[in-house]
Every structure is written in C-alpha cells, then in structure tokens.
Write a protein that binds this ligand. Structure first.
Ligand SMILES: *[C@@H]1O[C@H](CO)[C@@H](O)[C@H](O)[C@H]1NC(C)=O
Ligand SMILES: *[C@@H]1O[C@H](CO)[C@@H](O)[C@H](O)[C@H]1NC(C)=O
Ligand SMILES: *[C@@H]1O[C@H](CO)[C@@H](O)[C@H](O)[C@H]1NC(C)=O
Length: 402
C-alpha cells in the first residue's frame, strides 16, 4: 500500500520507461498461459461508468473437464498494484495458480485507474483528467467491487463468492461492507492480508513525514494537474526512459542493483524474494492509481481513524452533512473476515491490525505469519508463500465455500 507506493513509483517509471504504455512483453495472459493455465479477460462496467478489466483463471492446469471450477473466488490488489502482482511467484506459490489447482474459479480485479482499467464510458483519462481521476479508494469500494461481485455471481450462477484482498484490496472491501451492507450477504469469507483500515501506528518514516501535509499536497497536485500516479508525462520523459532502460534491462550488468534498490524500497525481506521473480515484477510493472488514493491514506495515517475522504469543510458539509469526514461504520461489515499480518510490516503494523480486529463484528481468524521478518509485499511475492500463507488460506476458504 503506501509503503510500497514509493517503491512502486520507481518500479513504474522503470517498467513504463522500458515499454511505455504499449502492451508489455510479459502480461497476465501470456505468463499464466505459458504454464498451461487458461485465462479470460472480462470487461465490467461500474454504476458510474468506469470500465474495468477483470482477469479470470477458471480452472487448473490438470483439470480434465476443462470447465470452470465450482467455487468462485475474487482477488483484489493493493495501491499501485494490479492483478498481475499475484502471478509473480509462479505455479505452486502464486495464488491464482494454487487456487485454480484446488478447485477454485479465480477472478482478479483491476481497480479503476490501473493501466488495465484506465477507461470510462464517457470520460477520457488524458483529456478529462480532473473528472476521470477524482476518486479515492472509497469509490473503488462503493462502485468497483459491487460491480465485479455481481458480474461474477451472474456468470457463475452462485449466491456467494469468497474474497481475498491485499492491503488496499482490504481497505476497499471494508468500505464496501460499511457503505453497501447488502453485499455482505454475497461473501462466503473475506481473507485480508496486511489489512489496512487503521494506520495510526504506521512506522515508515517517509510516509510519516509527508502524510500530515495532505492538504498542501492535494492543492499542489491539483494546481499542477497531476492526478495520476504515475503521471503519463513523467513516464514518457525521454531522459528517465533511457536511464531506466540502461540500468534495468534484462541483460544489463546493473540489473541486480536496480532490482535491489526497488525491492529495498518496497520493504521486502532479504531471503523472501527469488531473484527470478524480479524480472517479472519489473516487466509486468505496477498498476497506476489516482493521487486521491494516496492522499486518503495520508488522512488515515494522520488521524489514526478509518474515515471518509476529507475534501475540506465546505465540500464535506455538502457530501457528509458535517464539516469533518465521518468514520466508516464497522458494525455493517457482517461478512466473516479472516486477518493475516506480518510482524515486520512497517506500513500495516501489528498494533493497527489489533485495533482493526476489535472493530470487526464477525472475525473468524486472526493470524500472524510465523516468520519474523515477514513484511508488506511478502504476501504478494515471497518465496515461502506456500508454507506461511497458502496452507492457512486454503483451509479458511474451504470452510466457507458453499
Ligand atoms: C497480453 O499481450 C498480448 C499480446 O502480446 C495481448 O494479446 C493480450 O490481450 C494481453 N493481455 C492482457 C491481459 O493485457
Ligand atoms: C448475466 O449474464 C448473462 C450472460 O450469462 C447476460 O446476458 C446478462 O445480461 C447478465 N445480467 C446481468 C445483470 O449482468
Ligand atoms: C444534518 O445534521 C444536522 C445536525 O448535525 C441534523 O440535525 C440534520 O438532520 C442532518 N441532515 C441530514 C439531511 O441528515
């Protein structure tokens, strides 16, 4: 989420620097299919007109029936991430493969504003910037997730779906549960990895430094008309492109340094990252997001509360009938929720996850990964995912599937 944000900014510049906005050499479709798994891409429209690409792995490598598996599950990515984050560990480790091999029909969201879902029925993300990008993770929770859930339930003809979120992928789920309570009945179980709602104990020093200035940062971004993380003009900057190209290309001797800088910034655990996965991280690239998503997190860090976006007293009054933004109502989040966290996560800390646990009315599991230096992004690409996360996850999902 926020912690990885800075790093992913660098990853973005580097990965887009090497292939711009063109179709990357390695993407979800060709990587997953290269391992013998089927993929599909579905377009889902939200109530407010955003067009999302949802990826699907309907069944596993060894499936004889070649029919979608019986149990649908949705995977939802973090800030600056996308569905492609989750394929980095490869078969036997990464969730889409593991779940498809265990009888699940896997659906992966790409939130509005990620480069897979940078599309709207009427707004152009490059011309109507102020309008297109005026959303935070609030809107992802209120519009994107319900649209994807309804779409999946309709296609699969089921009444419930299991849900896995990482970081912002959990924040948006809690927003949905609080603001669209009717959707709780459509969830078998939600598994939240590095769950982010309370961030008052965040330890990342650079975020702590910038967060209290969110009002200033918002007016700065708006006056410069920089609404997108990472803005396109930066990605197309020739100098940056060539530097990143030289340093990070596949056969460049400096590639190891390049990868280490990126990953150190993302708070990875030495020993939990496989050197081979780095190529894939860089070449699939990060997702893209709106600046308001980062600013909304800055408000959570500063206040220590799970609140709606602070648009300033005048607009708050219009939106919320109150000059201060209200808190999300946890009492509405009735679906069963299982939480997983890492002891060395400096973004989503143990203290904050414990606070969250006391607010959830239907907490069914609370799990600290038994590996001392487990950090934020390890839930996505650690080499020991199978041992420390997947086993527990599969057990929980199985208990709650219909
Ligand atoms: C991946 O790239 C191929 C072309 O190499 C393209 O046909 C496909 O649609 C892309 N898939 C996604 C999910 O972007
Ligand atoms: C449900 O799916 C069918 C195709 O399977 C489609 O024709 C129909 O429009 C969908 N309904 C909704 C509400 O999305
Ligand atoms: C707005 O807030 C005031 C006082 O807090 C309350 O009396 C009023 O009923 C609220 N209006 C609406 C539309 O909720």
């Amino acid at each position: 989420m926020l912690g990885s944000c800075a790093a992913l900014v660098v990853v973005s510049v580097i990965s887009y620097g090497t292939h711009g906005f063109e179709t990357p050499k390695q993407n979800f479709t060709n990587v997953v299919e290269s391992f013998g798994y089927p993929t599909e891409v579905h377009e889902v429209e939200t109530e407010d007109g955003y067009l999302l690409n949802v990826f699907r792995v309907p069944y596993g490598q060894k499936s004889e029936a070649k029919q979608p598996n019986e149990y649908p599950v949705i995977i939802n990515h973090g800030l600056m991430g996308s569905a492609e984050n989750f394929i980095i560990g490869g078969p036997k480790k990464a969730l889409p493969y593991v779940l498809a091999d265990h009888g699940y029909d896997v659906w992966l969201c790409n939130a509005r504003g990620t480069h897979h879902s940078r599309k709207h029925r009427t707004l152009d993300p490059d011309k109507d910037m102020a309008k297109f990008w005026r959303f935070s993770w609030h809107e992802i929770g209120v519009y994107d997730l319900p649209a994807v859930i309804d779409y999946v339930l309709n296609i699969t003809q089921k009444s419930k779906v299991n849900f896995i979120g990482h970081s912002q992928g959990t924040t948006t789920f809690f927003v949905m549960g609080a603001e669209r309570p009717e959707y709780n009945d459509k969830i078998g179980v939600m598994v939240g990895m590095a769950p982010s709602a309370f961030l008052g104990h965040l330890k990342d020093p650079s975020i702590r430094f910038f967060a209290p200035n969110y009002r200033y940062l918002q007016s700065l971004a708006e006056s410069l008309q920089v609404y997108e993380l990472i803005p396109k003009f930066l990605l197309s900057n020739e100098a940056l492109r060539s530097i990143s190209k030289i340093l990070c290309e596949e056969d460049a001797p400096t590639r190891n340094i390049c990868s280490n800088v990126l990953l150190a910034m993302a708070g990875y655990t030495p020993g939990q990252i496989d050197p081979d996965t780095i190529t894939l991280i860089v070449s699939t690239g990060p997702g893209g997001a709106s600046v308001y998503q980062a600013l909304h997190y800055a408000q959570l860090v500063t206040t220590g509360r799970f609140i709606k976006y602070d648009w300033g007293s005048k607009e708050n009054l219009k939106r919320y009938n109150s000059t201060k933004p209200p808190e999300y109502n946890f009492n509405n989040i009735k679906s069963p929720v299982a939480l997983m966290y890492g002891e060395s996560d400096i973004v989503v800390t143990k203290e904050d996850v414990e606070i969250l646990a006391t607010h959830l009315p239907n907490l069914v599991d609370f799990y600290k990964v038994p590996y001392e230096s487990w950090s934020h992004m390890d839930f996505v690409w650690a080499k020991d995912l199978d041992k420390y996360v997947n086993k527990r996850l599969l057990r929980i999902l199985k208990k709650f599937r219909e």
